[in-house]
Design a protein around this ligand. Structure first.
Ligand code: IMP
Ligand code: MG
Length: 178
């Protein structure tokens, strides 16, 4: 395995996830919320976040793909969809792993909006703000990261490293521009 530099430890992530769960609960308290976990990257984050969320939650899953290695293919494909009945007139929060150019999030946001949710917010673990190419921002972000290719805690490099309990940077891919 390549050398990995730890960016956010397991403890640091857990603490931030706890804070985000509290922030979301303060917003929605007793109202039911549909949380949409975007596969595969956000699965660790979504599970941990929802275990800490004290309100009434439902869980849905969406799957889009847009990346090969550290290069964006520039094309977003929906591989798993949701029925409109599960979204219409409900409070919805999209859970993302990382927002980079924003293209994926814009696509997801438009897809969900068409199903007429009552409200729609976005909660991402990581925000690579500096890379944004389109006009969309997450409502909540765990950490703002620099222009580095990060792995672990759900995030992959060619489908590898998702199971790392921390978020790190592959030393040999450090400072790669994607
Ligand atoms: P965007 O459409 O450019 O915002 O890219 C979003 C998607 O690209 C994320 O959901 C990830 O799947 C992937 N991605 C972007 N940056 C990274 C990274 O640093 N590590 C791993 N995946 C990334
Ligand atoms: Mg993602």
């Amino acid at each position: 395995m390549e050398e990995i530099e730890i960016l956010y430890s397991e403890e640091t992530i857990a603490k931030r996830v706890d804070e985000l769960a509290k922030t979301l609960y303060e917003k929605y308290h007793n109202e039911e919320v549909v949380f949409i976990c975007t596969l595969k990257g956000a699965v660790f984050f979504a599970c941990d976040l929802l275990k800490k969320y004290k309100g009434d939650a439902r869980m849905e899953f969406l799957r889009v793909s847009s990346y090969k290695g550290t290069e964006s293919t520039g094309k977003i494909e929906l591989n798993l969809s949701i029925s409109k009945d599960n979204i219409k007139d409900k409070h919805v929060v999209i859970i993302e792993d990382i927002v980079d150019t924003g293209n994926t999030l814009l696509f997801l946001n438009n897809y969900v909006k068409e199903m007429e949710p009552k409200t729609l917010e976005i909660c991402t673990l990581l925000d690579k703000k500096i890379k944004r190419m389109v006009d969309i921002d997450p409502t909540y972000a765990g950490f703002v990261v620099d222009d580095l290719f990060v792995i672990g805690y759900g995030l992959d490099y060619d489908q590898k490293y998702r199971n790392l309990p921390y978020i790190g940077v592959l030393k040999k891919t450090k400072k790669i521009s994607i």
